[in-house]
Structure formats: C-alpha cells, structure tokens
Design a protein around this ligand. Structure first.
Ligand code: AMP
Ligand code: ZN
Length: 437
C-alpha cells in the first residue's frame, strides 16, 4: 500500500522523541490552565503552582480528573484562559442537564485543529483532487466545521451539505462528482436504503470513501456499509471537549484509530478505581488536550470505553491506535449522532405539573436510524378521556424536549398509574438497539 503522510516528521516520530514533545507540550498546557479560574484553584490545592511542578509525563497523575460536571460548573468562562477578545469561535455540546459544555477557540487553536483533521483525512488517501461532501450537522456541533476545515486544509473541494435530505444529497453527489463523504454510520446505511427507493444507480456516483463517526458502530456494520455502497469506510473519533473530530482516525490499514499523541495525551483507566489498566486492556479513555490555548482541559473523563492496540501499525505511524469505542461508563445515549442524557429528559417532563410520576425512554432502530419514544404517565388530576387536552400536552412535551435535547422524540401518554413500576431500582431507559461488538 502506498501510504501518504501529512506531517511525516511528527506522524512517524520515534516514540522517545514523541514523549519528549508531549512533556514539553504538557508543561505548556499546565501553564495555560493555571490562567483559568477553575484550574488555578484545582491545581494549587494539589501543590501545582507552575509548569515546573510537572517534571515528567508521570507527573500528570498529580493532576485531578476533570468531569463534564466541572465544565458545567465552570460555565460560562471558568475554563477560559485568554482574553475574551482573542476568542474567534465557540462550540458546545449537551451537558447532563440544561447547561451546555462550551469550548472557546483562538485563531491559532482553529488552525491547529484543522491541521490535525488534515492529518486524518490525508492519511486515508484523500488528496486535493477529491470532492468532499460533508453530510453531517453544522452549527454548534463540531462534526460539521471540524471535517470541513480539515478538508479545505488538504485542498479538497468541500461541499457543506449538512445532514439529512437524502434526495438532495444524491443530486449533489451527481452534480459535483463527490468522491468522499462524512456522515454517521446510521445515516450511511439509511442513504443506501434511500438510494434503492429513489432508483439512484451506484454507477452514477463516484464515491470511494466515507468517514463515519459521532456514534458507536461495530466492525460488522462497517463491512456492511462498505459492501452495500462499495466504498472504504474510516472510523473517526472525537468529542467536543477535545475540539471535536480529529482526535483519533483510522489510516489506510483500517485497524484501529491513530490518536494524535502530540495533541491529545491519552490514558486508559478502570472507570471504578480510576487506576490505569494494563496496556491493551479495556477501560475509560482519559484525555488531556495539548494543542489548545483558549480552553485547556486536563485529564478529561471521556466516559468512552476502549483499549490500545499493543502492536505497531504497518503504516509506520508511531502514534498509538485505539480500538472501536464499545460503550460508555455513564448513561449518555447517542441518538443518530446526537448526545442525550436521560437526566435532560427527566428534567423536562418532571418539570410539568400535568405529567405523572412514571416514565420510560425507549430507544430502538427504525430501519437504519435510531428512534426514541418518551412514554409517560399523566398526572392523576388529568381526565384521560380529554383528547384535546392530551394532544396539547403531547405537543408541549415534544416542543420543550426539542429545545432541550435538539431532537424530537415520539411522545406517548399513559393514564396515571398504568405503566408498570419496576421493583427495586427504577428502569428509565430501554435501549433495544442491537449491540454487536
Ligand atoms: P460530541 O461531544 O457531541 O462530539 O460527542 C462525543 C461523543 O460521541 C464521544 O465521547 C463518543 O461517546 C461519541 N463518539 C464520537 N465518535 C465516535 C466513534 N467513532 N465511535 C464511537 N463513539 C463515538
Ligand atoms: Zn496506521
């Protein structure tokens, strides 16, 4: 195979040199963190008063973990380390309650992020001759602009298509000769179904590759998409707290995602004890960003479960590879690529006096896509025969949920006391989607 590297000197850097570079960058990031109100307090409690208190990579263990709740508590500016006038953009993602987690970027942060993305994209074999249709949500979600900038950096012609609307996607693919796409794996499967329905001939399209991420999927699903669409599918991993996509990506060997260790310092720990697992064992991924000046985040608990490959990759890159994310160590649901915490739904429905005490969130597959239904009892004060009132309540719940979690689940109302109550710990989520890892 003919491998190509965006930054060969860094991508193939000997590990000893890479570690030295990480230490230098970690010290710099700690210095940056000490400028934020959050870390100034957090780190000084642990005796870290300057970057000189970090003398080796092992010293990272002196730094406490940062959780999603910390970001929420620090909202809006507790994690900001540069003057607000030097911020050029923000992105945000859902928090466990209504407060989002917000990340600020300086101009250089954006450039660095685009560079990591370019490494990922170029590493799959793309060049400036490619036409890249980015079929993922733009806006506050990082998937759209992240891959977009990386594509431009590589010099591809980028079509900011956004998610959804399969008919329009096919039209653009034909009109502009799209060769590469980016989408969630479920949308790629959905696209194939719609292709058949719309009578679009595979031969009328030029797509060769897809980047698929934002939600977990198995190796079988990858193979299925590849066979159905006759393309190569590359796994793309990232999270908004670490800029977004561009953290780890598959190379042409398609076996594990190289994590750019000069930009993101990875650790894998047992989610219960928070002690490091043995190299190669599964645990929760902890990430420290080494490439951002506006919003430092140290030892972030991603809640994503994965492990490292222990062998070197045939492509020659020295940055370690992560296995597919097999699950989470918290209860976050990913619905067609959108993160939803059950607590956000509970907050909405329990805040309405017309709603009763019992509810259940059901997640299932509807064809290739995910479907969520919120089933809830109405309050005993409500007369269950009043269809007009019930419809109005349903609308109200749907609209409020849409504002809070950015998706519109189906809502089913049940008479007070009619839903089964579980003995012991209440079961609030029933996720019947197949898990074939
Ligand atoms: P967000 O912060 O909205 O970008 O969501 C990030 C989360 O999406 C991660 O923490 C993962 O749980 C999930 N995610 C992103 N990419 C992948 C992927 N390739 N495989 C599995 N899960 C992913
Ligand atoms: Zn490789």
């Amino acid at each position: 195979m003919n491998f190509q590297y965006w930054q060969p000197e860094i991508e193939k850097m000997p590990r000893a040199e890479l570690k030295a570079l990480q230490l230098e960058k970690l010290k710099k990031e700690v210095a940056i963190a000490l400028r934020t109100t959050f870390y100034k307090e957090r780190l000084s409690k642990k005796g870290i008063k300057s970057e000189d208190d970090i003398k080796s990579l092992d010293d990272i263990k002196k730094i406490p973990f940062t959780a999603k709740n910390d970001l929420r508590d620090g909202f809006p500016y507790g994690f900001l380390s540069i003057p607000k006038e030097d911020v050029v953009r923000l992105h945000s993602s859902s928090g466990t309650t209504g407060v989002p987690t917000t990340i600020y970027f300086s101009r250089d942060d954006i450039k660095r992020w685009a560079n990591y993305m370019a490494r990922c994209i170029y590493g799959t074999g793309c060049t400036k001759n490619d036409v890249f249709q980015n079929m993922i949500t733009y806006g506050l979600f990082t998937g759209g602009l992240g891959l977009h900038q990386g594509g431009e950096e590589v010099g591809m012609m980028v079509i900011p298509a956004g998610a959804g609307n399969t008919a329009r996607q096919f039209k653009m693919m034909q009109d502009y000769g799209t060769t590469v796409v980016h989408a969630t794996p479920s949308f790629l499967l959905h696209l194939e179904t719609k292709m058949k329905e719309a009578g679009v001939e595979r031969d009328s399209l030029f797509i060769k590759r897809a980047f698929a991420g934002a939600e977990p999927y198995s190796e079988d699903t990858r193979r299925r998409i590849e066979a159905l669409l006759k393309i190569d599918v590359y796994n793309s991993y990232g999270l908004s707290e670490m800029n977004g996509p561009g953290v780890a990506f598959e190379c042409q060997c398609k076996e594990g995602m190289h994590i750019w260790e000069d930009g993101y310092f990875p650790e894998i720990v047992n989610p219960q004890t928070l002690e490091p697992v043995k190299e190669g064992e599964t645990g929760e991924l902890i990430l420290t960003i080494l490439c951002r000046e506006a919003t430092p985040i140290l030892r972030y608990r991603t809640r994503d479960l994965t492990s490292f490959y222990t062998e070197a990759c045939p492509c020659g890159r020295t940055h370690r590879r992560l296995r597919r994310i097999t699950g989470r160590s918290d209860d976050m649901l990913i619905i067609n690529g959108v993160n939803v915490f059950p607590s956000q739904i509970e907050e909405v429905i329990m805040g309405m006096k017309e709603v009763g005490n019992n509810y259940l969130i059901v997640v299932e597959k509807d064809g290739a896509l995910d479907r969520m239904t919120v089933k809830t009892e109405v309050s005993s004060e409500i007369f269950f025969d009043d269809a007009r009132l019930l419809n109005a309540l349903k609308e109200k719940i749907m609209e409020t949920l849409k504002v809070s979690i950015s998706i519109s689940p189906k809502v089913e109302l049940h008479e007070s006391g009619s839903m089964p109550v579980s003995e012991g710990k209440a079961v609030r989520v029933k996720d019947t989607r197949p898990k074939d890892f």
